[in-house]
Design a protein. Structure first.
Length: 61
């Protein structure tokens, strides 16, 4: 999988990579459609997505 590198505030989700999408869907507890909608709304940066899913209350516990 292409994700297990150190995450930084500038880490991005590569929506073109199926394995990476699957990883982030699991990480955020989201479907691919939910992840895609979040990326469209707040961008592909992991920190922004984390804030989005936290505030939306959709992130898995």
């Amino acid at each position: 999988m292409s994700v297990p590198r150190p995450l930084t505030a500038h880490s991005r989700v590569d929506m073109q990579d199926a394995e990476e999408r699957a990883f982030w869907c699991g990480f955020f507890g989201a479907t691919e459609d939910e992840l895609q909608a979040a990326v469209v709304q707040v961008g592909p940066f992991v920190a922004s997505l984390d804030d989005y899913f936290e505030s939306a209350g959709t992130r898995a516990a």
